[in-house]
Design a protein around this ligand. Structure first.
Ligand SMILES: C[S@@+](CC[C@H](N)C(=O)[O-])C[C@H]1O[C@@H](n2cnc3c(N)ncnc32)[C@H](O)[C@@H]1O
Length: 241
């Protein structure tokens, strides 16, 4: 998520460990039900896109920059209609939508400058009266992470048993780096990643909205009530003018 391409092992690993809660899926399906044209930014492997698709909007646009994620996304959304966009997020993907989604703590994975640019882009291109829903974990979740490496072994299908070591280390006051090393015993090969994650506070996200002319309509309460892993809140912004 620092612009580095995802590899096969990382994509296969994320697809297994990313497990949205039922409450998270319900929240997005209900949010989508009131809208006809929806764009999801950072759709990943479709873990939330499927909830949006179940609401059967007229147009569902899924933007995901990492090619390795696309086979998972396509498979997860089999039978649903959607438009897939990769590469750059252009105006054509967001223009005229009445709901734009930035789900599952994706904002902190975008560089500071990029966060402002993304908010301005969305605010200018969605239609007047449209909504922009942004999910964020409380920064304490990131800041309280243990810097000790965790080691797991898991079976990733045709990649066989993969050993995954990951740790999160603070770099400066506002940035953490997550390091993930994956090694497949079957392939006898490894992949190494470093993902930057920026601390985004409530003040930061409100300032991003203010600078782009978006208004907060509602702060949706945590949808993590059925488990500890999906705590967080969704900022429901509106383009008022
Ligand atoms: C934390 S993952 C969440 C994926 C998915 N929405 C989910 O709920 O599982 C963030 C996703 O955003 C994508 N991404 C990274 N940088 C991005 C950017 N600047 N604009 C849009 N998406 C980005 C990543 O490739 C990744 O798939």
């Amino acid at each position: 998520m620092t612009g580095m391409a995802w590899g096969r092992m990382l994509a296969a690993w994320y697809d297994v460990v990313r497990q949205p809660s039922q409450a998270e899926l319900n929240y997005w399906e209900q949010a989508a039900q009131r809208h006809e044209r929806i764009v999801e930014i950072g759709a990943g492997q479709g873990h939330l896109s499927i909830a949006l698709a179940r609401a059967r909007p007229q147009v569902l646009t899924l933007f995901e920059p990492e090619l390795e994620n696309l086979p998972y996304l396509r498979r997860r959304l089999t039978g649903y209609s959607f438009e897939l966009v990769t590469g750059e997020l252009g105006q054509d993907s967001t223009r005229g939508n009445d709901l734009a989604v930035l789900g599952y703590d994706t904002l902190p994975m975008i560089q500071r400058d990029g966060q402002g640019a993304l908010f301005r882009h969305v605010a200018r291109s969605i239609r007047v009266g449209a909504r922009f829903h942004v999910h964020l974990y409380p920064p304490s979740k990131l800041m309280n992470r243990s810097p000790l490496p965790s080691l797991r072994r898991m079976n990733l299908g045709d990649l066989g048993v993969v050993e995954v070591s990951s740790k999160t280390v603070q770099h400066g006051p506002n940035m953490y780096v997550k390091r993930i090393d994956l090694r497949s015993e079957v392939l006898g090969a490894g992949e190494e990643y470093e993902f930057e994650t920026w601390v985004v506070t409530d003040e930061d996200v409100m300032e991003l909205a203010r600078q782009s002319g978006l208004t907060l309509d509602r702060l949706a309460p945590s949808y993590g009530q059925d488990g500890g892993s999906n705590l967080g809140a969704v900022y429901e912004f509106v383009r008022a003018t």
